[in-house]
Design a protein around this ligand. Structure first.
Ligand code: UT7
Length: 325
């Protein structure tokens, strides 16, 4: 049995509708909601985001990213023996987006399930796939982060609706004799459930409670900066590495100020930080694999580079994965 897991291909997909801050500000102004390109850029670093068409689901976005990752890895869909989709905006309550995506890929039989850890979902899913490969339960996994957050935004709340976007990213993770994933570190603290949540649910055929995203931005900001540093340091320690070994930091893309703050705390030059928040906004579980794929396709990330992936979000959840690409 092979001892490690390694990413052998990446892919991503953004829905075609690109909405700039100015476009969004104009749309919101028509509803009496005031915002500006300047406020959004200064406070978040976001310049644009993509919104999915009304009939596009998470599995639609995810399957496009998955196909690209399979092609990059040179793996046929039939060879995949595990599918994990990280999402908080699945196509339906059940079955999972992963099962629907599996069918769209034209395959059947392998285990397929969703992981719900909000913006930390991709690092959770990658860690689960790595563990399953290391125990021999799988050998070629598709790990996907996919979201249609535009569906759960309150477009009357300017403090949240300007922040998020839709998209999907994917990797093929294969059993390998060499690492691969070096270490990971996952956490959650449910006492913070109220600072970032979609409190509504479905019961008795009706939506019960508010089905739109609520966030205490400042509380999330403060927690995020602290836990991202801790998770990175814990992961480096587990792998017997130091900050100096990191070639690229790929944090969850929520706010450029949080991302740069994390890089500074880790004493990493800002040119080692992969940034896509400017063009994607916060795509929750999709943000890390989207950023990874963008950096791979632009030629920034090369084979053998050491990457630190970090997620943080609702739950509260957080975690990191260190890997040799
Ligand atoms: O994905 C999970 C992780 N999520 C995050 O990491 C988000 C973390 N939090 C943040 O990124 C920031 O807290 C925000 C970007 C959400 C907010 O930035 P901030 O610097 O914390 O702003 P604030 O909430 O302190 O608001 C400052 C002002 C307020 O006005 P007053 O009370 O000072 O008059 C807000 O009403 O900015 C106002 N404001 C806006 N103005 C124009 C809030 N949203 C907007 C807006 N346009 N869209």
């Amino acid at each position: 049995m092979k001892k490690y897991s390694r990413i052998t291909g990446t892919g991503s997909y953004l829905p075609p509708r690109r909405v700039t801050n100015a476009d969004l500000a104009t749309e919101l102004a028509a509803k009496g909601v005031e915002t500006s390109d300047q406020w959004i850029v200064e406070r978040t670093g976001i310049r644009a985001r993509h919104f999915a068409a009304a009939d596009a689901s998470t599995s639609d976005l995810g399957v496009q990213a998955a196909r690209q990752a399979l092609e990059a890895a040179g793996v046929r869909a039939e060879e995949i023996d595990l599918i994990i989709v990280a999402t908080s905006t699945p196509d339906m309550i059940f079955p999972s987006a992963a099962c629907i995506l599996q069918h769209k890929l034209g395959i059947a039989g392998c285990p397929a399930f969703d992981v719900q850890a909000v913006c930390s979902g991709f690092v959770y899913a990658l860690t689960i796939a790595d563990s399953m490969i290391k125990t021999g339960a799988a050998s070629k996994a598709l790990v996907i982060g996919a979201e249609v957050f535009s569906r759960i935004l309150d477009f009357n709340d300017r403090t949240t609706c300007v922040l998020f976007g839709d998209g999907a990213g994917a990797v093929v993770l294969e059993a390998s004799d060499t690492p691969g994933i070096l270490a990971s570190d996952l956490h959650a603290d449910g006492k913070h459930v109220g600072i970032l949540c979609v409190p509504g649910t479905v019961a008795g055929g009706k939506v019960l409670g508010d089905p739109l995203l609520k966030m205490d931005g400042q509380a999330v900001f403060k927690l995020a900066v602290g836990v991202l540093e801790e998770a990175a340091r814990a992961t480096l320690a587990k792998a017997g590495k130091t900050e100096a070994d990191i070639d690229w930091l790929i944090p969850h893309q929520a706010n450029i100020r949080i991302m740069q703050g994390t890089a500074k705390k880790l004493k990493l030059p800002l040119d080692k930080l992969v940034v896509t928040v400017d063009e994607h906004g916060n795509t929750s579980a999709a943000s890390i694999p989207l950023a990874l794929d963008a950096a791979v396709r632009s030629g920034k990330i090369k084979k053998g580079d050491t990457l630190m992936l970090e997620g943080v979000g609702g739950g509260f959840t957080w975690g990191a994965v260190l890997l040799d690409f």
